[in-house]
Write a protein that binds this ligand. Structure first.
Ligand code: NAD
Length: 245
């Protein structure tokens, strides 16, 4: 089975990798839907609630501080390193990710080659003027006052991620669509493929003549579309394919 992935990569001239939370579990960041995942602890706060309720903003910042204590210590794992190697070899043109942890960039993939569909949780930004803010500064101010941070322009400051109910980032969506249309091999890794519109890209690739590989511990709803489904662990599998330890 793993040999089949190596063969498809060997035949590909332009591959795209698409990742979900599963690629980062081996770095110690829990995914959403596995037992013990983030959803078993917290109900997500919808974007409209964040905008309309000061208490929702306060709760969002409390959670962000709690989650960040684990996430900020995470290092890229073997799966990230293997993907970075495929990008460095020119085999993979870009990495479309649902993740917000910045670990693809930390493993050596350039910012230009990572398409973040759900934003980036390693910094914050004003929802009005997009001014960037560093988390350490925001956390210190919030811990001192329990006031949700606001920008000089008056806008609310929020982690630079896309919440449920928040519009998708237009440029990232356009780039992901173009990459999905122009690849000949689309490899979906560590995603349950149930969060839309992100999960539409495997089908876009397939409809445009690409082969589709799904590497995920559990079956997904899109397995029926795939040329190859590998229900395996990500790090060991990609490590074997690339020779990365
Ligand atoms: P998901 O939790 O719905 O699915 C993750 C999938 O990965 C699961 O099906 C699980 O079986 C599989 N998996 C987990 N560890 C694996 C491993 N080591 N090897 C093989 N398979 C493994 O995640 P999703 O599809 O990315 O959707 C959830 C949303 O949550 C995304 O939009 C993402 O933005 C966000 N999220 C991000 C992070 C992060 O940035 N690291 C973490 C949690 C959630």
């Amino acid at each position: 089975m793993i040999g089949e992935l190596s063969r498809l990569l060997g035949e590909s001239r332009r591959a795209v990798v698409f990742t979900g939370a599963g690629v980062s579990t081996e770095s110690g960041i829990p995914d959403f839907r596995s037992p013990g995942g983030i959803w078993t602890k917290y109900q997500p706060i919808d974007f409209r609630e964040f905008i309309s309720s000061e208490e929702a903003r306060r709760e969002t910042w409390r959670r962000k501080i709690a989650v960040d204590e684990a996430v900020s210590r995470a290092e890229p794992n073997r799966g990230h390193r293997a993907i970075a190697q495929l990008v460095a070899e020119g085999k993979v043109s870009s990495v479309i990710t649902q993740n917000i942890d910045g670990l693809h960039q930390r493993s050596g993939v350039s910012d230009e080659q990572v398409i973040e569909l759900h934003g980036n949780g390693t910094y914050a930004a004003c929802l009005e003027c997009a001014q960037r803010y560093e988390l350490a500064e925001m956390f210190a101010a919030f811990k001192a006052s329990e006031e949700p941070p606001a920008c000089e322009c008056g806008g609310f400051i929020k982690s630079a991620t896309i919440s449920f109910g928040q519009p998708m980032p237009l440029q990232a969506m356009r780039r992901a669509q173009a990459e999905s249309k122009s690849c000949d091999l689309f490899i979906a890794i560590g995603s349950s493929l149930v969060v839309y519109p992100a999960a539409s890209f495997p089908a876009v690739a397939k409809q445009n003549g690409s082969r589709l590989v799904i590497l995920n511990r559990e079956p997904t709803d899109l397995d029926y579309l795939a040329d190859l489904v590998l229900n395996l662990e990500i790090g060991p599998t990609l490590g074997e394919v690339t020779g990365i330890e």
